[in-house]
Design a protein around this ligand. Structure first.
Ligand code: ZN
Length: 307
């Protein structure tokens, strides 16, 4: 009997553990995107397309379906050529969607003889890793909310990818049922509020943070934007969806009083706190697992400018 209980318990704990995203996986994904081989993932380069294909491969591994057409790659025109956003969906038991996004492009290479690659580990390989981590967590689960995962291209050239995909009519079936979009932008470091914490841009415009924090697992907390004066809410990819009247905020951990790597060659894996990032990904996922259209229906107030 004792033995049986032990076996049953160990099986239970193994299967409980198995749903967590491992730090090893987080490291592999982020390090691949931020590797020198990706040459800074600038839109219009073969390396940018390689990054899109790598993300598509991970979407497939995580059992996502295509958003539109016969590929995860959703084309748009960039300087007379084709560039791609990457989009995958997970159907939940409810037709209402939560969206998760980040941008996979970065600013390419520099002329610095010591280090000429803008690896963009924090900006924004960390955000892409976060949304893939969430997809991974739900790989073999059926969440209540349906989920859409979008990796935007061309953010660094003026949010081109998010603008294009937000205007794509083939995705209106998702946008018309989108409860909220979580856009992750630079989440690799410890925040000014400490570990296991993110801040949300435009926190004063909706009650998303309050509703999320009410359900938050394992001490994860979303704080107000300490840099609100910089109006990041209107200057990040989420704004393409704000204009569609969708609740869309960006989430970040960057401590602007300390960070010295923004758009510098030293934004590489050495700035990443993988323990904290893995914890945040798992706690986000565990919180999302509890959300339903009845306990999570964030609304804008009248302070927001929707156009
Ligand atoms: Zn960025």
């Amino acid at each position: 009997m004792k033995k049986l209980t032990y076996l049953a318990f160990s099986f239970f704990s193994v299967s409980m553990f198995a749903q967590e995203v491992s730090q090893e996986k987080v490291q592999t994904i982020l390090s691949t995107l931020a590797s020198d081989e990706m040459k800074g993932r600038e839109i219009g380069t073969p390396e940018n397309e390689a990054a899109a294909n790598y993300i598509a491969k991970l979407f497939k591994e995580n059992n996502l379906e295509y958003c539109t057409g016969s590929s995860y790659l959703v084309p748009f025109e960039y300087k007379g050529k084709t560039a791609y956003n990457v989009c995958g969906i997970k159907k939940g038991t409810n037709p209402e969607y939560l969206g998760f996004s980040g941008h996979f492009d970065h600013i390419g290479i520099s002329k610095n003889p010591k280090d000429h690659i803008y690896n963009g580990a924090d900006d924004d390989a960390s955000g892409i890793t976060t949304l893939i981590g969430i997809a991974d967590y739900f790989k073999n689960k059926k969440p209540e909310f349906s989920m859409v995962f979008m990796a935007f291209n061309g953010e660094e050239k003026g949010m081109l990818g998010s603008r294009a995909i937000a205007a794509n009519k083939n995705l209106d079936y998702i946008y018309d049922h989108m409860t909220a979009l979580f856009n992750f932008e630079m989440v690799a470091t410890e925040s000014a509020f400490g570990k296991n914490a993110l801040f949300m841009t435009g926190d004063e415009f909706s009650d998303l943070d309050e509703l999320f924090n009410k359900n938050a697992e394992n001490g994860l907390k979303i704080y107000p934007d300490p840099y609100a004066v910089q109006q990041l809410f209107y200057r990040s990819d989420n704004v393409s969806f704000v204009k569609k009247k969708i609740i869309a905020h960006s989430f970040s951990t960057v401590d602007m009083t300390k960070a010295k790597h923004y758009h510098h060659e030293n934004d590489d894996v050495s700035v990443v706190d993988f323990t904290n990032l893995t914890k945040i990904i798992n706690n986000l996922a565990k919180t999302l697992e509890k959300l339903t259209p009845s306990n999570f229906s964030p609304q804008y107030n009248n302070k927001v400018k929707l156009d």
